[in-house]
Ligand binder design. Structure first.
Ligand SMILES: NC(=O)c1ccc[n+]([C@@H]2O[C@H](COP(=O)([O-])OP(=O)(O)OC[C@H]3O[C@@H](n4cnc5c(N)ncnc54)[C@H](OP(=O)(O)O)[C@@H]3O)[C@@H](O)[C@H]2O)c1
Length: 264
C-alpha cells in the first residue's frame, strides 16, 4: 500500500517501536493519529514530528484496556481525518512470570492489552474500512508468537493468539479489500523489558541484546512491509532461523529453550 496521504492510527506511540513508527510513517507522508496512556510523551513525539509533518499529529491519550478509551480514540481519528486507512496495533507489554502460577488477574490484564485491545480496535476500524472498501491492519506480535519462549509463556500465548487472528482475518476480509500484516520482531532495543508487567528477563537471555535491532530499524521494516503488502514481517530476518528450526526440529529447539535458567 502507498503510504502517502494515508491516515495511520498507531497505538503505543509514546515510546519504543510505536514512536519510531510515527517518525517513519510521517516521513512517508502519512497523516498520523497517535495514542498511548502518557499524554506528555505523546506530545513530545508529536513535537519531534513537526519538522517532517508540519500539520502535526492527532494525539489522543487513553488506556487501551478500557473499552471507552478505545472507542474514543477511533472516534476522534475518524472525526479529524474522515476515516482510518492503516491501523497499527503496536501497544503491548511483557510478563516474565511462570504460566503455572502467574496471578490470573495479571494474565487477564496482559491478554486485554496484547490481544483484546487489538481485536476491539480492529473491529471499530474495520467497520468503516469496509464502507470505504479498503484498509490495512498491522499487528505487532513477536518472534515469541512463532516460537513459545518458556520465560514468557503467557506473553507468547497472547502473541500466538494475535498471529492466528491476523491470518484468519486476512482471509475473512479479502473480499472487502482489507489486508492484514503480522510483524514479528526479535529483540528490539526499547524499554519493553523494564516496562514488563511482572518478573524480569533471565540474565542469559538478556545477553542476546547484542543481536538487538533499534526501534528505528524495526519501524523501517514495518514501513517496507506495508509498502510491499507483506503478510508477515520477521525482523531482524535472522530470526526466521529460529522460526524454521522450531518447525523442522521441535524437540531439539524445545530442549535448548528449556535449558535456559528461567529465574532472572
Ligand atoms: N522490544 C522488544 O524486544 C520487542 C520484541 C518483540 C515484540 N515487541 C512488541 O512490540 C510492541 C511495542 O513494544 P516496545 O518494545 O516498543 O515496548 P515499550 O517501549 O514498552 O512501548 C510500549 C508502548 O505501549 C504503550 N502501552 C502500554 N500499556 C498501554 C495501555 N494499557 N494502554 C495504552 N498504551 C499502552 C506504552 O505507552 P504508555 O506507557 O504511555 O501507555 C508504549 O507506548 C509490543 O507489542 C511488544 O510486544 C517488542
Amino acid at each position: 500500500m502507498r503510504i502517502q496521504d494515508k491516515v495511520v492510527l498507531i497505538t503505543g506511540a509514546s515510546q519504543g517501536i510505536g514512536a519510531a513508527c510515527a517518525g517513519e510513517f510521517a516521513r512517508a507522508g502519512a497523516k498520523l493519529s497517535l495514542t498511548a496512556r502518557s499524554e506528555e510523551r505523546l506530545q513530545q513525539v508529536a513535537e519531534r514530528l513537526r519538522r517532517v509533518a508540519p500539520a502535526g499529529a492527532l494525539v489522543t491519550a487513553g488506556d487501551l484496556t478500557s473499552d471507552a478509551d478505545r472507542r474514543q480514540i477511533v472516534e476522534q481519528t475518524v472525526e479529524r481525518f474522515g476515516g482510518i486507512d492503516i491501523l497499527i496495533n503496536n501497544a503491548g507489554a511483557g510478563l516474565y512470570l511462570p504460566s503455572w502460577n502467574a496471578p490470573l488477574e495479571e494474565v487477564r490484564w496482559l491478554m486485554e492489552l496484547n490481544f483484546f485491545a487489538a481485536l476491539a480496535l480492529t473491529q471499530l476500524a474495520v467497520a468503516q474500512m469496509r464502507a470505504r472498501r479498503g484498509g490495512l491492519i498491522v499487528n505487532v506480535g513477536s518472534v515469541a508468537g512463532k516460537v513459545p519462549l518458556p520465560w514468557m509463556t503467557i506473553y507468547s500465548a497472547s502473541k500466538y493468539g494475535l498471529g492466528a487472528l491476523t491470518e484468519g482475518m486476512r482471509m475473512e476480509l479479502r473480499r472487502d479489500g482489507i489486508h492484514t500484516m503480522m510483524v514479528c520482531p526479535g529483540y528490539v532495543k526499547t524499554a519493553f523489558h523494564e516496562n514488563a508487567r511482572g518478573g524480569a528477563i533471565p540474565e542469559s537471555v538478556a545477553h542476546a541484546r547484542r543481536f538487538a535491532i533499534t526501534a528505528e530499524q524495526c519501524a523501517t521494516a514495518i514501513r517496507r512491509g506495508v509498502e510491499r503488502d507483506a503478510r508477515t514481517v520477521v525482523t531482524p530476518r535472522a530470526a526466521w532461523f529460529l522460526v524454521v528450526a522450531m518447525r523442522l526440529f521441535p524437540g531439539l529447539v524445545e530442549a535448548r529453550l528449556a535449558a535456559v535458567n528461567h529465574t532472572a
